[in-house]
Write a protein that binds this ligand. Sequence first.
Ligand code: SAM
Ligand code: ZN
Length: 279
Amino acid sequence: MRWRCPICAGDLALLQDGARCQLGHQFDRARQGYINLLPVNHKGSREPGDGAEMIKARRAFLAAGHYQPLANRLVAIVCDRVRDSSRITGPVNVLDCGCGEGYYTSALAAGLLELDTPARVAGLDISRMALRLASRQHAGIEFAVASNFHLPVHDDQIDVMIRIFAPGDFGEVRRVLGPQGIIIVVSPGPRHLYELKQGIYAEPRNHVAPTMPEGFDCLLEDTLQFPVVLQAREEIDALLTMTPFVWTARRETLSELDHLTQLTTQADFIIRCYQPMAV
Ligand SMILES: C[S@@+](CC[C@H](N)C(=O)[O-])C[C@H]1O[C@@H](n2cnc3c(N)ncnc32)[C@H](O)[C@@H]1O
Ligand SMILES: [Zn+2]
């Protein structure tokens, strides 16, 4: 995978202590292992992306295995793709955009390792907090702070991109995908966490399916539903803290949920796989 300088778009060499381009732009490697490739003018705020509390809650929730069926499904889709792809001759380049604390990134890296296919797996997120946790836990994956709207990757590089519940730009996706490259996008299905929403809103609304991006073929559309069974107060707190719509809820509504010690709610995901149309 060839990285590119987020300032001058030249080649970027990844080194032990950071990254450097031919024009001398330098980027530090944090002691946890990730590289900061986000120039100040792409930041938008002082600490963009999800904050420490949200990230820690997501880590606890995911580590408990509540979304394991989604990780399994993603690994299966990616491994099938790699097995079927005669075109990929060198290592498979996999990029997780908006990777958070790296749960799915590491599941993919492990899945590809079992497949015995050489792979380079990288994860990008705009949140430094997310990458602090991600890179501490997963050696062998290159993690970088970067924006999905300005990917620090040269054109035509990526075989498989994934983007799970994170924003992004399909122009950038088209640019960095290699020949026959694909992106797998996971979005909330209509009934995602519906029972949790019932505890918050008088009339919860279903999630609306994302629109199809222009200039892409949809190779696969899959849905995945399973129950999420929370059996301790801490698990309910973790889900509430990592869930963006909770931040718009009124405090008194949330306090009704404070009394719960058990909650079963449905996970509902839409998984789509897109490939740029041939031009
Ligand atoms: C709901 S979380 C999902 C994280 C991870 N994909 C997962 O499913 O566990 C959304 C992530 O997108 C990141 N994010 C938000 N805006 C971004 C941007 N412009 N570029 C890259 N990442 C972004 C956030 O920091 C956060 O980690
Ligand atoms: Zn440069």
